[in-house]
Design a protein around this ligand. Structure first.
Ligand code: NAD
Ligand code: MG
Length: 390
């Protein structure tokens, strides 16, 4: 049976890899219902010609006319603005890939969840910014979350979900990013080009910088906490530079189950697209003799304090993880725009957290989307002021 699919963020790294698998599987396997992008008109036009979706949405209103002009005479409905992205997510499909980057992915992904369908969850920010609210909506609408983040996909694959008491802990692996062997003194002078040059994975800009600070792993800690309902002390992080072991589950009898594979996001994407079946993916076969060594190291919190901030935010709860994400988005954008240095990313985050946490006490986790968006906005403004003061 043909699976109807929608891709939120189809022009990004995860979006394009998803379409690569869809293309190879053929029109009998998948029918593309809707595609969305932020401002990349060129790629959205090309994808529209190739995959013939019924609806496309572009979030950036300033590019709307350009998109319409390029597609005049083509049989496709076009929506412009952030509301149109949410509208795309509401169109009936069987599977939606949530691959927008940042907190902007939250409203449309929630709209997809409300359909009670299968969701391929790449946008970890949904769980970082509003974990409790998001999981509540997933349960209420009977949606099936299929983690696409490679670590959570690994855990999903090896987790015996019907025996929660048999699980002792999760071990999330981290590649360590491009800088894990650099000293603090070296980190003072690293450039954005260095940060974007990930040794193993090829990804969008924001997650690449987050991998360099290890904030990405911090977000993944929070993601695992909400996704699998595990406490902080049940989730450990270990640096594994080869990125072959994608994560592990330790059971009470001492067994540790790992999922392995070459570092190619098309593996977890294919798993999510087809679950509970499996499909062929055009990935390089894992050759362990060639890899030869799998090494593991304790993460260094002194050089990579992002991990500490993320764990504290998760344990604090309330709006803390939401503020953490907003501060990181603003700081990473400033770093990419070369208005702050690498180590100042952490400074912006810790100062924004300090200021905002006194304004928004962590007495309960937010359960209303409008509150999450309001605090996100406030934290962005604060982070902007912190940057201006540096
Ligand atoms: P990317 O930057 O390559 O692509 C992001 C997509 O989101 C693009 O299609 C862009 O047009 C769209 N977008 C950006 N801002 C938007 C906005 N304001 N409104 C609507 N759409 C917007 O990012 P990516 O690397 O593909 O990552 C996407 C998500 O998947 C992120 O949450 C990331 O953490 C997660 N993820 C990515 C990888 C990876 O290998 N790339 C791995 C694990 C998880
Ligand atoms: Mg990951």
């Amino acid at each position: 049976m043909t699976k109807k699919i929608t891709i939120l963020g189809s022009t990004g790294s995860i979006g394009q890899s998803t379409l690569d698998l869809v293309r190879r599987a053929g029109a009998d396997a998948f029918e593309v219902i809707a595609l969305t992008a932020n401002s990349n008109v060129d790629d959205l036009v090309t994808q529209t010609h190739e995959f013939r979706p019924r609806f496309i949405a572009l979030a950036d209103v300033t590019r709307g006319d350009a998109l319409r002009a390029r597609l005049s005479g083509v049989d496709v409905q076009i929506g412009i603005g952030p509301e149109a992205v949410v509208e795309a997510a509401r169109i009936r499909s069987d599977f939606t890939m949530a691959a927008i980057v940042g907190a902007a992915g939250l409203p449309p992904t929630l709209a997809a969840v409300e359909q009670g369908i299968h969701i391929g969850l790449a946008n970890k920010e949904c769980l970082v910014c509003a974990g409790e609210l998001f999981m509540h909506s997933v349960r209420r609408h009977g949606a099936m979350l299929l983690p696409v983040d490679s670590e959570h996909n690994a855990i999903f694959q090896v987790l015996e979900r019907n025996k929660p008491k048999a699980v002792k802990r999760f071990i999330l692996t981290a590649s360590g990013g491009p800088f894990w062997q650099k000293s603090l003194a070296d980190l003072r002078s690293v450039s954005c080009t260095d940060a974007l040059n990930h040794p193993v994975w090829s990804m969008g800009a924001r997650i690449s910088v987050d991998s360099a600070t290890l904030m990405n792993k911090g977000f993944e800690l929070i993601e695992a906490h909400y996704l699998f309902d595990r406490a902080s002390e049940e989730i450990d992080i270990i640096v594994h530079p080869q990125s072959i072991v994608h994560s592990m589950v330790e059971y009470i009898d001492g067994s540790v189950l790992a999922q392995m594979g070459t570092p190619d996001m098309r593996i977890p994407i294919a798993y999510a697209l087809c679950w509970p079946e499996r499909m062929e993916a055009p990935v390089q076969q894992l050759n362990l003799a060639e890899v030869s060594q799998l090494t593991f190291f304790e993460p260094d919190l002194a050089r990579f304090p992002a991990l500490k901030h993320a764990r504290t935010a998760m344990e604090t709860g309330g709006f803390a993880p939401n503020i953490l994400n907003a501060a990181d988005e603003v700081a990473v954008t400033a770093f990419i725009g070369e208005s702050i240095k690498f180590l100042q990313i952490e400074e912006v985050i810790s100062r924004t957290l300090e200021i905002c946490m006194s304004q928004f006490p962590a007495d309960h986790d937010p359960m209303v989307l409008a509150d999450v968006i309001a605090v996100d906005e406030q934290a962005r403004q604060t982070a902007g002021k912190v940057i201006a003061s540096l």
